[in-house]
Design a protein around this ligand. Sequence first.
Ligand code: SAH
Length: 227
Amino acid sequence: MNRSVFEAAQEAVPYEAERRAMVEEQIRRRGVQDPHVLDAMFSVPRHEFVLPEHLGAAYEDRPLPIGTTETISQPYIVAAMTAAARISPGDKVLEIGTGAGYQAAVLAYLGAEVVTVERNGSLADAARERLQWLGFNRVKVVEGDGTEGYPADAPYQAILVTAAAPRVPEPLIEQLADGGRLVIPVGDRNRQDLLQIFKHGAETSTRFLDPCQFVPLIGKHGWPGPK
Ligand code: SAH
């Protein structure tokens, strides 16, 4: 039996129907309209960032476990944070909390020069390898405490924190460029507000975006770690 041209075309993009449904139903319908962000969410293969046992759930409307406590964020939250960061090609962008590397890949797809910091060394190594293998060669994955930022490459046009902070870490404001955007969940360990913070000169202004739930940001300017 020959496959029809239609079937062959459908197979060209793995999980194409799931990706389309994710973009339409979870992201566009909830208010993220930026065509570049929607294109990135469709194009970055989320199934490459999840554990093999979660392949079938890769495009579902929820975070998925990637380690003992760590998760890959829900697609809508990744899209909302990316849109709030207002990425233009060539922007230098810092992400705190590499996890699986998915958010970093979405940022890189939009043409950002991405530096991403992860405190868990084995997750950092796995993400570095995965991003290389998928062709995201310009993402720099650094192992360390991201609550201190990454001063070596500052200033950044945008900073995204993908773990829950008890308060805004001061070094991140310092390392933001004038006109830069910081997108960060701030709150207690169970529930946070996703904030969009703009830096104008010595001033900042803050907008509330969404309620959210992230794993804790652990470090010097975050929550204390396990003993
Ligand atoms: N952005 C990721 C999901 C992040 S989950 C993705 O797209 O897959 C949150 C991550 O933040 C976890 O991997 C956790 O280990 C990490 N983390 C927590 N505190 C951190 C800190 N101080 N510095 C860097 N990473 C941190």
